[in-house]
Every structure is written in C-alpha cells, then in structure tokens.
Design a protein around this ligand. Structure first.
Ligand SMILES: *[C@@H]1O[C@H](CO)[C@@H](O)[C@H](O)[C@H]1NC(C)=O
Ligand SMILES: *[C@@H]1O[C@H](CO)[C@@H](O)[C@H](O)[C@H]1NC(C)=O
Length: 734
C-alpha cells in the first residue's frame, strides 16, 4: 500500500484495494518459481508416459464427443483426468445453474479493479464447482480498433493498457481459484468477417504497442494458456506461425504455458507442431473429421518430421498448467448441472450498475417519485419467446444483456427495464405505461400525462457463425437497431422529458438523438446481462451516482473512426492510431470521448505529485513471463487529490495519460497509462495513485527489437477523461 494513501482508507476503499492489488502483482516473484516447480513435476510425469499417452494429451477427443466444449482423454499412468475446457469469458456456457456475468466490456466500463477481480474470481468459482479445468477467457484479443467488430464486447475496451490491466487482474483471480485461464484470441483477430481466411498484416511496432500488449500482461500474470486465433498474421495462420508463437510468445515473452488452438483453427499437422502450437481443439473439425494430430502426429513423430522433443515439450507445457494450478490434488469431478450460483449475482449487478455511463443529463436525473412514467421499446421487456430462446443469444429480441456467440451464457433469470421500473414504481406510487414495441404509431397515447418518458434502444453484435438481422457478427453500421432513432424522435415529439437508455455491444452514432432538445438524458447502460433492469434502476433513481466511463470513443460518424471491417486482408494501415489515439491525432471531435462519464456529483482535482526514477534507454532485465523483468518495475508514481465537491456520494475514475517526449518516435498525442477509481462521500477528499511501470513509458524499437524509454520530458495528464485533463506534470528521463 502506498503510504500517502494509507490514512484515507475509509474514504477510498475500492481504489486503495486496487492499488494494493497492483503492487502485490509487482511484488510477487512473477511466478517463475511456481512455473519451475510445475515444470519439474511435468518432467517427472513425462517419464511415465507412452508416446500414445502423449499424443492423447495434446489432441482433443473430437467435436461433440465429451461433456465439455473441449476434452482430452484421461491418462491413468499419472492420474491425469479427462481434461475439461469450457467457454468462456462471460461465465460458463452450456451449464444450467450458473450466473450470466456482465460481459467484459461492462467490466472495463467500470474501471474498477476490485469489481473486475471479484468477477473473475466468481466466474472461476463456478467453473471449479462444475469440474472445469480450463476456462476459455478472458478475451483481450479483440482490442476494438473497428467500432462495429462483432466480438469487441467480450473484451475490456479499445485500449491496450485497460485491456492489459483488466486481463491481468481477471487471470490472477481465475487462477487463484485453481482454474486455468486462457487469454484469447492471439493475435490481431479484430473482426468477424472472413476471420477464418483473412490475414492481419500488422507492423512490428503496432503489434507490440497495441495488440500484443495485453497478452504480455496476461503472460506476466502467469496465464496457463494462450489461444491462437483463426486468422493469419502476415499470410501465415496464427496457429502455425513460428514468429508469433515461438518467436514472440515463447521467447520474447517467456511464456511457460501452452498454446491451444481456437476450435478448428489448426491447418496442418507438422507446421502447427513445429511452429509452436501445443494442444489442438476440439481435435477434429465440426463434422468430426479432419483430425490433424492424433494418429497423424504420431506418424509425423515416428517419421522424424516432428521432433520427439517437440512432442515432449507440448506435453510438459500442458501438464505444467495443470500442476501450476494444483489441479492434481482433489479437483472436483465434471458436472455441468451442479448449482454453483452462490451469491455471485451481486457482482453481476454491481458490474452492470457501475459500468453504466451517464452521457447527458439536463437535470432530469435522478428520478424523484415521478407521477407517471411512459416506457418504450421492445428492449424494455424480456424477449417474449423466452430469455434464452435464441441459441447462443443469437437474436435481438427483447432486452439486451450480452452479444451473441460462443462467449455467451444461459440467463438463469433476466430482470428487464420494465420489471425493475415497475417494481420501483409500486413502492413510489408511480403509474407506469409500457409500449413494449418499437412502433412509432400510438406513442403519443402512451406518453400522454407522463412526466417522464424512457426509451430503451439497442445495438447488438456477436460471433460470425450466427447472422442476426443481416449482421454477420460485425455490425453493418453504427446505428441503433429496430429504428431506434425514429422511435426516440417520435417519443420526443410526444414528451418534453425524454430519457434515452442504450443497451449496446459497442458505440453507436447518437447524432439524431443528440439533436432532439426534449432528450434530457442519455444513459449508456451497456450490457447488464441478467441484472439489466436492476442496474438501470439503481442509476436512474440515484441509489448510486453513475460512475462508469466509456471504454471506447463514441464518434459523430462511423467514418470518423478511420477503420472499418476489411473485405479481404487487413493491412492495419492506421497503425497506432485506433479509437481515441486516432481522434486525437487527427483533431476530430468525438461526440463523447474515451474515458468520459458524468455523475450526480462533482469532483475537483488538485495537488498532483510526480515521483520518478525513470531512466532513458532500453530494457535490460532478464526475461521472465511477460518479457524483460525491468519492464514491470514501477519507475514513477503520480498522485493527485480528488475532492467530491458536489451534493452526493460518488466515485470517480481518474485517468492518467502520457505524451512521449518531443524527440521520441511519432506516437499518439495521449496514451492511457493509469487509472484509479476512488469512492468519496460528499465533501470528502482522497488520493488517487498511479504506478507507472517501465513499459508504460516505453516505445517498441523495431531496429533493436526492444522497449526503450525515450529521453526527454514526458507529459503527464491526469483527468476525468481522455479530453478532460485537469492536472498536468512532467517526468524527465535522462
Ligand atoms: C509482418 O510484417 C511487417 C512488415 O514487414 C513486420 O513489421 C512484422 O514484424 C511482421 N509480423 C509478423 C508476425 O510476421
Ligand atoms: C457541478 O458543477 C457544475 C458546474 O460547476 C454546477 O453547475 C453543478 O451544479 C454542480 N453539481 C453539483 C451536484 O454540485
């Protein structure tokens, strides 16, 4: 714990715990010892295995041939179980009595390290209770460079630092429960369209500073496994790419664990083996054919096409993950029907609630016992066909809780906006009239006599194997679905007090809505999963002050982002300039910037302190999991005072952005390199602390293939968003 913050424990509970977690992560001897112990157990076990056993350990049993989405056969010689791998990043897929957690993007939107940690811990507790050994998450691999890309909602936001911290914390929480985490999808899998044929052609610096970054943090947090993606990198499949698997992941990042293929992402027997893949899943294609390892690998080893030492290395890496997590000692048996819900829904509600971002409020919120509320939109109620009517959530009917695809979970219950608003209205004596459709006719009847009209609109996306209303995973545009703009326009003609609630997997263009003077508030409610309505009511009625901040930019038009879904290969020509990095460098005004969010109170920033020992030059440390050891050392600490100067208790996400020295290679004007969420009672003052690691001040130097802290004066900006910098300072590195 940082000394200066110690006395403020009461005021700053969450944020202090976050700071402690951050430091604990640095203080841990990086897990190298634990990995070494796991590897020596794995080596001892290896000696007792036949070649057939080894082939079985590295080859899934085939699609739909076991209790889990991925399975390998038990190996009796070493009491190795039938290994169970299961989706995914939002909770446990295909289970009956679990929680559907708030998606990654909502967790990112809270910017609350403790809630993110608890979320990971609870998901893993459910996984372990069901006997799942390997949880296929988190998913920092869609960074969100394309705002309409289908799977962005499974990750934590359009910034590598935010993705990196949230992934690291999630992995630590999952593995602290004894469950193996898998960071996915490696690498540069930024869209759904053509994901199984296209090549992501990313230059080396961009790859390191954006797409690889959260994976390096994941490896540093001792993630047991990394999942290689469907796409190619520079023309070579990710799952047989020597450079990204052997070169970058296993050598440069010192990854001691195993690379598992995405499901059916393997394309060859020998190249995949030689170039660094360790476990094939599900072991066949989705028709049960095309088994590329198993007997084929056995033959390749016998023919010396794949070295026997490579097979042994695969096995050791996989067994090391199992030993690292202590799964050799009394792990529960597989039972996906067990009830493991416990009290975890409290975290779902907290993340759903604290991830809500208040975008606009002309004094209409919080609500105070209105006489009559008119509520509009098909998304105000649970899907009339049933909350889980659509396989893998592949539709957009009724209230939206998460996107669609393999990263989904069955909802155990679903509280929609109408459910929660009705319940609250009963205790307030408020009359509620609901139009649970998106039709614009008849709106004025429903709105008549209401002192406030709430319109719920959505935008949805998901994984490319399901097409919903013409959207094959990626969204075809950034407009609200179901004519949401027209519905809001109609309601704004019938009411002077309109609140627009948006449930969405990512940004939408709000210009039509923004132009309506009768729209007095916009509540960006994101993806609240099963607690969708409860979380909304908590914020609408001021049970809490909203405290989420946007984990991406909301632009005024799609073209303002400078990226779009590629129709063939993607050359990543935008380089480092994605999301706010692009808006800032091109001086494009967004509608709502990255990091933005209002509250029911006000926060004043003061007293910045900067304490730095940063030295210019390359990283020199030995390689530990995650990269050179010194990259993870704290080289500067910045603090600032935050005062709650408004009328109610609230929480503020203070953010730190750096600007590289003028002599450094060209870089985005501002880059997120710290955040700290602090909860403060009315009138209270507290301290936010940002610990900058060496990597946070470094750029990737292509020539020397190393991270370098440039010499000169770094700009430090601390503020309430990427464009609301309240305090500035400098760090000099010589
Ligand atoms: C892809 O090609 C670019 C341009 O030559 C290069 O900078 C980068 O390192 C390559 N990446 C991989 C993974 O091969
Ligand atoms: C917050 O500050 C703004 C502008 O300074 C002011 O208009 C508003 O009343 C303040 N809100 C509260 C809750 O104090």
């Amino acid at each position: 714990m940082h000394l200066r913050t110690a006395s403020l424990l009461a005021a700053a509970g969450a944020s202090l715990a976050a700071a402690e977690g951050h430091q604990a992560r640095q203080a841990t001897p990086t897990g190298t010892d634990a990995w070494a112990a796991a590897h020596s157990k794995a080596a001892a076990a290896l000696a007792r295995l036949s070649q057939n056993d080894k082939i079985n350990i590295v080859t899934g049993v085939g699609w739909d041939k076991g209790p889990c989405v991925g399975n390998t056969p038990p190996i009796n010689a070493i009491n190795y179980p039938q290994l169970c791998l299961q989706d995914g990043p939002t909770g446990i897929r295909f289970a009956t009595s679990v929680n559907a957690f708030a998606p990654g993007i909502q967790a990112g939107s809270t910017w609350d390290v403790e809630l993110i940690r608890q979320r990971g811990s609870y998901i893993a507790a459910e996984a372990k209770g069901l006997g799942i050994h390997v949880l296929l998450g988190p998913a920092p691999g869609a960074l969100g460079k394309i705002p309409n890309a289908g799977r962005n909602w499974e990750g934590f936001g359009a910034d590598p630092y935010l993705q990196g911290i949230a992934s690291a914390v999630t992995i630590e929480a999952i593995q602290a429960q004894g469950v193996q985490a898998v960071a996915k999808h490696y690498l540069a899998n930024e869209q759904e369209r053509n994901r199984e044929t296209m090549s992501s052609n990313v230059d080396d610096r961009t790859m390191h500073e954006l797409y690889l970054w959260p994976f390096a943090d994941s490896v540093h947090s001792n993630v047991a496994s990394i999942m290689c993606s469907y796409n190619k990198l520079n023309g070579t499949w990710a799952c047989e790419n020597d450079k990204i698997l052997n070169g970058i992941l296993k050598n440069e990042l010192g990854f001691p664990g195993y690379v598992v293929s995405d499901w059916n992402a393997q394309h060859s027997t020998n190249a995949a083996a030689i170039n660094g893949m360790d476990l094939t899943m599900p072991g066949s294609d989705f028709n049960g054919r095309n088994v590329l390892w198993g007997p084929a690998l056995n033959q390749a080893v016998n023919n010396n096409q794949v070295p026997r030492s490579r097979l042994d290395d695969m096995v050791k890496r996989i067994l090391a993950g199992w030993y690292l997590l202590g799964q050799d000692r009394g792990y529960p048996a597989i039972n996906l029907r067990a009830n493991v819900q416990a009290n975890h829904k409290e975290n779902v509600r907290a993340v759903a609630r604290d991830g809500i971002v208040l975008l606009k409020n002309s004094g209409i919120l919080p609500l105070n016992k209105p006489k009559k509320i008119a509520l509009f939109g098909s998304a105000a109620v649970v899907n009339p066909r049933g909350r889980n009517a659509c396989v893998d959530r592949g539709c957009n009917e009724g209230a939206l809780g998460m996107g669609w695809g393999s990263g989904t979970v069955e909802f155990p219950y679903f509280v929609a906006p109408a459910d929660a608003i009705n319940e609250r209205a009963r205790s307030d004596g408020t009359q509620v009239s609901v139009q649970a459709t998106d039709s614009t006719s008849g709106v004025s009847n429903v709105a008549s006599g209401a002192d406030v009209a709430i319109v719920v609109i959505t935008a949805n996306s998901g994984e490319g194997y399901i097409t919903v209303q013409g959207n094959a995973g990626d969204r075809v545009n950034l407009d609200p679905w179901h004519n949401g703009n027209q519905l809001v326009q109609a309601v704004a003609q019938a009411s002077q007090n309109v609140i627009v609630v948006v449930h969405s997997t990512g940004p939408i263009v709000l210009e039509t809505i923004q132009a309506l003077p009768n729209v007095k508030a916009i509540v960006w409610a994101g993806l609240g999963s099963q607690e969708n309505g409860n979380a909304l009511v908590d914020v609408l009625y001021g049970l809490v002050s909203p405290s989420g901040k946007l984990p991406y930019t909301i632009g005024k038009s799609q073209s303002d982002y400078g990226t779009s879904v590629a129709s063939g290969n993607d050359d990543f020509r935008e380089g480092l300039y994605v999301d706010y990095r692009h808006f800032d460098s091109k001086n494009i005004a967004p509608r709502y910037e990255f990091g933005f969010g209002l509250s029911y109170t006000n926060f004043t920033y003061s007293d910045i302190t900067v304490d730095s020992t940063a030295k210019a030059g390359p990283a020199t440390g030995k390689t530990i999991p995650g990269g050179r050891e010194d990259l993870f050392e704290t080289v500067a600490t910045v603090t600032a005072s935050i005062t709650n100067s408004g009328g109610v208790e609230g929480a503020e996400v203070a953010q730190l952005y750096i600007t590289l020295p003028s002599g450094a290679p060209p870089a985005p004007p501002r880059q997120l390199r710290g955040f700290d969420k602090i909860k403060l009672k009315q009138g209270a003052k507290g301290t936010v602390t940002f610990n900058l690691r060496r990597k946070d001040l470094s750029y990737w130097d292509v020539r020397t293939q190393n991270w370098i802290v440039p010499s000169g004066s770094f700009g430090i900006g601390v503020g309430a968003s990427s464009r609301d910098i309240r305090l500035t300072g400098t760090i000099s590195a010589a």
